[in-house]
Design a binder for this molecule. Structure first.
Ligand SMILES: [Zn+2]
Ligand SMILES: [Zn+2]
Length: 387
């Protein structure tokens, strides 16, 4: 177990609260990136900025080891009006660190500071700070900007706090840990007309209703009941009709979640087949749009094993669940895991009044007590991977 100097624990708390006080969203995290870059540079860590617009990478080499590891934190906040009243509450109106990315950045800074001083590894550690996790674009933007070509990163690791799990407990599993998130929009064009003479037109409400029932068969009849867990939900049904007018158009919108890219592809394909078949039978036309925002987060086996060993050493064996149930929430670290092996874990933020408030809630706050656990996990992992 890493014993952190109390000065470093105090400093991490200060950094965390500073970032919490000045939250920034999406790709507009310039002040946060400035703050992080300034800290890393002050410890002699080389910093490359402007990757994926405002993402940054800190590079710390030690010894002659050729191996490398990427440790990733996210920097962005949410468009939420904070309802807390403590001193470090948001001073940026309508923006708030309600997902704990302030804590993720502070934990990784703590680990960077420790590793820069103690050099307890042989190889290269890349500290990756990404923008825009919440909209699912930041990780991909950094990848598109050459993250894995410009930096020789063998494997990547990510960590997120989890309210409701006791402080310092750790959850992970090999394979699918978190779901994909996709949205769809189906526009059905019929022929509108007088509500008293439906036979003169093509009623898109009837067609759309059949489509919605057809979509229910994707999970129940097209996916493997044992292997392919998924959710397909139609959540909006919009028409341009009125009380005595059959509409000419219906728009159906909805949301899908699943745990593998195979399932994701199968859902999209079946969805369009169902829409096309029903519309053709009715004489309606359609437009179909399927937008994938988050891929499923899939941990590679070997790296998950390394994460479990590090978490066990840093947090204690009783605190670690190495085969937790998957979550239907999503995470854009998934984009990095599509390119590189790696593992994503969840760190307990605490229960009830101390860290138990749900993510994305206006009363949420990252629990400063777990900064040392997160930083301890990072330092241990880096030391183990780069022996
Ligand atoms: Zn979030
Ligand atoms: Zn988050």
């Amino acid at each position: 177990m890493i014993k952190f100097d109390t000065n470093l624990i105090t400093a991490m708390t200060e950094w965390r609260r500073h970032i919490h006080t000045f939250p920034e969203c999406g790709f507009e995290v310039d002040q946060t990136a400035d703050f992080i870059a300034e800290k890393l540079t002050s410890w002699g860590i080389e910093v490359v900025r402007g990757i994926g617009q405002v993402g940054l990478v800190g590079i710390l080499k030690n010894g002659d080891g050729k191996a490398s590891v990427g440790l990733r934190a996210d920097m962005d906040a949410l468009q939420i009006k904070e309802q807390n009243t403590f001193d470090h509450c948001s001073r940026h109106h309508g923006k708030m660190h309600a997902c704990g990315h302030d804590g993720h950045s502070a934990m990784l800074l703590g680990a960077a500071s420790y590793l820069a001083q103690h050099r307890s590894f042989n190889g290269t550690v890349y500290f990756i700070f990404q923008p825009d996790e919440e909209h699912g674009c930041g990780a991909q933007a950094m990848i598109n900007d050459g993250l894995f070509e410009r930096f020789d990163i063998d494997a990547v690791y990510g960590l997120h706090n989890l309210p409701g799990l006791p402080a310092g407990h750790f959850l992970i599993r090999p394979g699918s840990l978190m779901a994909s998130e996709s949205s769809f929009q189906i526009r059905i064009q019929g022929i509108g007309g007088h509500a008293a003479m439906p036979h003169t037109g093509v009623d898109p409400i009837v067609v759309g209703s059949q489509v919605i029932l057809g979509l229910q068969t994707i999970v129940s009849r097209s996916l493997n009941a044992i292997r392919d867990t998924a959710v397909v939900s139609a959540t909006e049904f919009i028409t341009n009709g009125t009380v005595n007018v059959i509409p000419s158009e219906v728009v159906i919108k909805g949301d899908c979640r699943c745990f593998t890219e195979d399932t994701l592809a199968r859902i999209e394909k079946r969805m369009e087949q169902i829409v096309a078949g029903i519309c053709q039978a009715a004489g309606a036309s359609y437009e179909f749009e399927f937008i994938n925002t988050f891929y499923p987060t899939i941990n590679s086996e070997y790296e998950t094993g390394l994460a479990v060993v590090a978490a066990t050493q840093a947090l204690g064996a009783e605190q670690v669940n190495a085969n937790c149930e998957p979550f239907t929430i999503s995470e854009d670290f998934s984009s990095m895991l599509r390119v590189k092996p790696g593992a994503y874990g969840l760190l307990g933020n605490g229960v009830e009044s101390k860290g138990g408030c749900a993510l994305h809630n206006p009363k949420y706050d990252f629990n400063d007590d777990i900064l040392k656990y997160g930083a301890g996990y990072w330092v241990t992992l880096a030391g183990n991977v780069l022996e």
